[in-house]
Design a protein around this ligand. Structure first.
Ligand SMILES: Cc1cc2nc3c(=O)[nH]c(=O)nc-3n(C[C@H](O)[C@H](O)[C@H](O)COP(=O)(O)OP(=O)(O)OC[C@H]3O[C@@H](n4cnc5c(N)ncnc54)[C@H](O)[C@@H]3O)c2cc1C
Length: 546
């Protein structure tokens, strides 16, 4: 009988899962998850996120068992573990989704490809939903995204036959994998939990999501981000559930539906940007913003982390992040406000902020987190001033996001006695710090700095020479600050898979396509959705990422 290993990574579900479905059609399946120290001890890995992932794995194991299977757990470097598993089980090969969240994953998969090829062992990579290995203009990507979302879901296998003699390690605990619980409450995990959140959204939140999504105390958003991060539910399933609201005559519901769908698309779009330019994990999009130098001050960084800035909404965000991992309450607006404070008002390198977020967020997702940080810091756009988003952290923010002060007072009980109108800038008092900066002055300084940096782009037709290249060192940012496992980044073999775009050899039409991803107003005519490969012109760089 045919026998296929299905390697689960950030797709911890059995529904709408092409590799699992195809493998089950072929015959016996060995569904495996490999605990890899390099990811478990990456500088950006947070304990709460690992705890959530363990719960997702427990749920995946149960879902497999409900269909006659089980999850096989192994530990070690996948480059050793997987070829060994093929040999041990006499499997025909491996099925897995392509993963391009992190540089580490690309290096790992490149090494695995090489190791398998050396032994003539097989792996088949499946394109995940809403992504492409071709460089296409953003309008085409939009079409592709909707085509994928509207396509039928991949059927869930009715029965999953796992050979009985394949040995599995027990599912480890958090401490087994070298992490300590950090007191954050872990959301209900797994596919069914995600579906429950979606139902809650459809029935209880759809009429208010669109106008309450910036109010942390309203908890109006879906809460799905940790599930989407680990693929406990597919984006397509979320999209198709949200589309059920289309039948509603309520205009508020229609607004919410559209807003949610746009956000699901944004999340995938950031991942696609990282597919093209993996350097965005380590660098700003344009050289100038990093080369010009960022300020850094450890004491101020700590004040920002601990919630001791003297700006109540910023401090509430800081404490909420550390206590809860951001799930539910730390919505987009609060994250944006909190991040803008560090990078714009304190003038510090956004990567320190992104690192702190990743260590605490239960939904921490490198492409979304890093790109959002860079966006909020104003460094993803080289000419467009509207991308200078410096949030006023005073009363304006309180009035817009927390008009009754519920969020602030929950996290800063020392301010409980104050009326909402004083929560923007409380008078000096015992037990709460005075502001660590002058907003107007800090803002002015940052605006000037960004304007100066953007000067060099004025009138430029081609910005590609100014885009950051993949740095020679792939060492994750902040590796020296923690006890981490980053030896993979210090080896001399940096062969990336899939390879990054060669920006120095890029053809003009490709440069233009790339630009549509980063600058809104580039005139590329949208094409009809098509998954056909565009015909390269002779001599053009062929972007074969797989
Ligand atoms: C500095 C900063 C860092 C962020 N880091 C992350 C992160 O690491 N992981 C993460 O999932 N989101 C991140 N976000 C985006 C956003 O804040 C969260 O997706 C959202 O708060 C998650 O809650 P939800 O699932 O209830 O959101 P909902 O509003 O219910 O959205 C549903 C889904 O859409 C996607 N989404 C929503 N908003 C955005 C957005 N602005 N950009 C991209 N995708 C979005 C997410 O997958 C989310 O789960 C960040 C935002 C900022 C400003």
């Amino acid at each position: 009988m045919n026998r296929t290993i299905v390697w689960f990574r950030r797709d911890l579900r059995i529904a709408d899962h092409a590799p699992l479905y195809r493998a089950a059609l072929r015959g016996e399946v060995i569904p495996v998850f490999v605990f890899d120290r390099a990811l478990l001890h990456h500088p950006e890995t947070g304990s709460a996120r690992v705890a959530f992932m363990l719960e997702c794995l427990r749920s995946l194991d149960q879902d497999l068992r409900d269909r006659g299977g089980r999850l096989i757990v192994r530990s070690g470097d996948p480059v050793d573990v997987l070829p060994q598993l093929i040999r041990e089980t006499q499997a025909d090969g491996i099925y897995a989704h392509v993963d391009f969240e992190r540089i580490y994953g690309r290096v790992r998969d490149a090494r695995l490809n090489n190791a398998l090829a050396q032994e003539n062992l097989k792996i088949r990579w499946f394109e995940p939903l809403a992504t492409t290995d071709e460089l296409i203009p953003y309008p085409d990507y939009r079409d592709l995204w909707y085509a994928d979302m509207n396509a039928a879901m991949v059927p869930t296998p009715g029965h999953i036959h796992v050979p009985t003699n394949v040995i599995s390690e027990p599912l480890p605990t958090l401490t087994d994998v070298g992490h300590l619980p950090d007191a954050k409450q872990i959301p209900p995990a797994g596919t069914q939990a995600a579906r429950n959140f979606l139902q809650e959204f459809l029935h209880e939140k759809a009429d208010r999501y669109y106008w309450q999504l910036s109010y942390p105390s309203a908890e109006a958003t879906t809460g799905l981000s940790p599930h989407l991060k680990f693929g406990a539910i597919s984006v397509r399933e979320c999209y198709q559930m949200a589309q059920q609201l289309k039948a509603s005559p309520d205009i508020r519901v229609q607004r919410s539906r559209k807003q949610l769908i746009a956000r699901l698309r944004w999340g995938n779009g950031f991942a696609q940007r990282f597919r093209y330019l993996p350097q965005l994990e380590l660098r700003s999009l344009y050289n100038i913003f990093d080369d010009d130098g960022w300020a850094f001050d450890e004491t101020l960084y700590r004040a920002w982390q601990q919630g001791e800035t003297g700006f109540p909404i910023v401090d509430a965000a800081a404490r909420c992040l550390q206590a809860t991992g951001g799930w539910k309450e730390l919505n987009f607006r609060i994250r944006a406000l909190y991040s803008s404070f560090l990078s714009n008002l304190l003038g510090m390198d956004w990567r320190y902020g992104a690192l702190h977020f990743m260590r605490h967020l239960i939904d921490g997702d490198c492409p979304i987190d890093h790109y959002q940080w860079a966006m909020q810091s104003g460094v993803t756009h080289c000419v467009d001033k509207t991308w200078t988003r410096i949030y006023n952290p005073g009363q304006v923010a309180v009035d817009r996001c927390d008009p009754d002060g519920i969020f602030i007072k929950r996290w800063l009980p020392e301010l409980k006695h104050l009326p909402s109108a004083s929560l923007g800038s409380p008078l000096p008092m015992k037990g709460y710090p005075t502001p660590i900066l002058d907003y107007k002055q800090a803002r002015k300084q940052r605006v000037q700095q960004l304007e100066q940096q953007r000067q060099q782009f004025l009138g430029l037709e081609n910005v590609v020479p100014h885009l950051s290249r993949l740095p020679a060192s792939l060492l994750p940012f902040g590796a020296e600050r923690f006890d981490t496992e980053v030896s993979w980044a210090t080896t001399s073999d940096h062969s990336l898979f899939p390879p990054p775009l060669d920006l120095d050899a890029i053809a003009p039409y490709q440069a233009q396509a790339l630009r549509t991803w980063f600058v809104a107003h580039v005139d590329v005519k949208p094409r009809k959705a098509s998954r056909r490969k565009p015909q390269p012109e002779p001599g053009d760089l062929q972007l074969s990422l797989l």
